[in-house]
Design a protein around this ligand. Structure first.
Ligand SMILES: [Zn+2]
Length: 311
């Protein structure tokens, strides 16, 4: 049975950029980055659907970030079977590409792109050192996966570790056919790696933006339109009809605010301005008090995460 030890989180950067995408007119560069991150994420999710459907006895760890001797590296998917550990680097490239003397090029323009095999090899090297330190002697392999069915790579030699869209199905069948029995050691290895995972990827970089430039209001989680008040207890999206409890809307918007502005003090007045459509300060105060920890004197009250001792 396939056991997922760690699911893929929707990267914070993706959530932040999505929020900015709708609240602010992003620069062309940030818009492009947003589109790239979304596309990459969609590719990874597509790969997850294939690996999650495997029948073999394996452990899966998605989207883990590790540190080997101060070199941080990110693994899209890690598969642990009885005999080997397999690392997957997933690319959602679309269109025709050419591989020539170790260089990837876009076929139509001949423009060279960053060689994704270098990234794979770096992660492999670091993972090998890390596992050696953990005294594991399992075989480690790595593959670059091109997940998009619209991707073609011309002149790809047979000896580079890539999996093309046309090979994915057979590759997965191969894993299913390989006998694998997991022991306690495998479990410990997976748990150990999970414990080393760095939840805040240093790769994430937020674009530059200011609070006052963002459009305020509560987002519909389904279609990303701004929601309005339905009644004292609910908000509604006029566009898609989604209805949400007022408390849930306030909590969700506050979390978004905290994600975008981690250094800002979350006060009742700030949340009220941010949500825009909730005129009762009493309601906001109640929701904040119930869902966050209150800090500061009554006049300068602010709210932090529950259980947070950092402030
Ligand atoms: Zn909606």
């Amino acid at each position: 049975m396939t056991i997922t030890m760690k699911k893929r989180d929707e990267v914070k950067e993706l959530i932040a950029l999505r929020s900015l995408h709708y609240r602010l007119t992003l620069s062309e560069k940030d818009n492009k980055r947003y589109a790239n991150i979304v596309k990459g994420f969609e590719g990874e999710k597509r790969f997850d659907q294939l690996t999650e459907a495997l029948q073999a006895d394996i452990y899966l760890l998605h989207d883990i970030c590790l540190d080997q001797n101060h070199s941080v590296f990110q693994i899209d998917t890690l598969l642990i079977s009885e005999k080997e550990i397999v690392l997957f680097e997933i690319k959602n490239y679309e269109g025709d590409f050419l591989y020539e003397s170790g260089v990837f090029r876009i076929l139509s323009t001949n423009q060279e792109i960053l060689n994704p095999l270098h990234q794979l090899n770096r992660s492999l090297t670091l993972l090998r050192s890390l596992l050696k330190r953990m005294k594991s002697n399992m075989t480690i392999k790595g593959y670059l996966v091109f997940i998009n069915p619209e991707f073609t790579l011309y002149q790809a030699p047979a000896d580079i570790p890539i999996i093309l869209p046309s090979q994915l199905k057979r590759f997965m069948e191969g894993i299913n056919k390989t006998p694998s029995v997991l022991s306690r050691e495998h479990r410990q290895l997976a748990e150990h790696l999970l414990k080393m995972h760095l939840p805040h990827s240093p790769y994430a970089r937020e674009p530059h933006f200011q609070y006052q430039h963002l459009q305020k209001g509560i987002f519909c989680p389904l279609c990303h339109s701004f929601m309005t008040r339905k009644n004292v207890l609910k908000t509604v999206c006029e566009k898609c009809g989604y209805v949400e409890g007022l408390d849930a809307s306030i909590i969700r918007s506050t979390e978004e605010l905290k994600l975008l502005f981690p250094d800002m003090r979350i006060t009742r007045a700030l949340v009220q301005e941010w949500c825009r459509v909730i005129d009762s300060s009493k309601t906001i105060r109640r929701v904040l008090a119930q869902n966050f920890t209150q800090k500061g004197s009554k006049k300068q009250r602010y709210y932090v995460d529950k259980l947070s001792e950092s402030e």
